[in-house]
Design a protein around this ligand. Structure first.
Ligand SMILES: [Zn+2]
Length: 249
């Protein structure tokens, strides 16, 4: 468990990071950046706020893009700084990369403070090997076409980065998380802690997955804040890359 004092410091740090993005956006948007090659904001600000944000190729970078047409490289990559966040878990697959683990602790504290309910980590880091077996089990049960709408093939799962967390509210099956107090709070506030709801409703044609209110992806507070301010729903749009509705067969 992280000592309370360092959590407080982290809170301050993240607040400062968010304030920094807000201040910078305000400065540029009000035209004070004379001389610099400043992009003209589009009417909704969307392209402006995320322009120049590119996905990282390094799987260890929080800005790495993982989807159906962009696998991890190498496909069996594994993080080396896994940590068990001090939150409620189901007792398995309960690790995340250290930075994401600390951020999840803060998110859980924020959620509980706001809703009175405990946030539970259902599934964090999953190895390529485990993902291979999980996907195979789904294909056996539902067929490949159906399995591809809700389960990733090995090398294509964000869970393999250690930056993705399936979460729920205490006492609730994760598939119902979106309808819980905690689920609604997380949808509106996760960005403050550096997380995005990775597979939002209505973006299936972009992400390749049915809506998953429970699947959070850590990208850091700067990108999460920019996406929030711009109303950008998906990482594909934030990065300006093509949609990934399906695997390249
Ligand atoms: Zn997930």
């Amino acid at each position: 468990m992280a000592p309370r004092v360092s959590v407080t410091v982290l809170h301050r740090f993240r607040a400062a990071a968010v304030a920094g993005v807000l201040a910078m956006v305000g400065t540029v948007a009000s035209g004070n950046g004379a001389g610099a090659a400043i992009p003209v904001p589009s009417p909704d600000g969307q392209g402006f706020l995320t322009r120049g944000v590119t996905p990282a190729e390094n799987p260890a970078d929080p800005l790495v893009l993982v989807n159906k047409i962009h696998p991890l490289a190498p496909r069996d990559w594994a993080p080396d700084d896994l940590a068990r966040p001090d939150v409620a878990t189901l007792g398995a697959h309960d690790e995340l990369r250290t930075e994401a683990a600390r951020a999840l602790e803060e998110l859980a504290a924020g959620a509980e403070g706001a809703t009175g309910h405990e946030l539970v980590l259902v599934s964090g880091y999953r190895s390529a090997d485990y993902q291979r077996r999980l996907y195979a089990r789904y294909v056996d049960a539902h067929g490949r076409r159906a399995a591809d709408t809700f389960s990733a093939r090995a090398g294509h799962s964000e869970h393999q980065t250690g930056l993705a967390a399936d979460v729920t509210e205490e006492g609730t099956t994760y598939t119902r998380f979106g309808r819980t107090d905690t689920g609604r709070w997380v949808a509106g506030h996760a960005w403050r802690y550096g997380f995005v709801v990775r597979y939002p409703r209505g973006a299936e044609h972009v992400t390749g997955y049915a809506a998953e209110p429970w699947h959070l992806r850590y990208v850091g507070t700067e990108l999460a804040t920019r996406m929030h301010l711009a109303g950008t729903a998906t990482l594909e749009e934030a990065f300006g890359v093509r949609p990934a509705p399906d695997y390249a067969r």
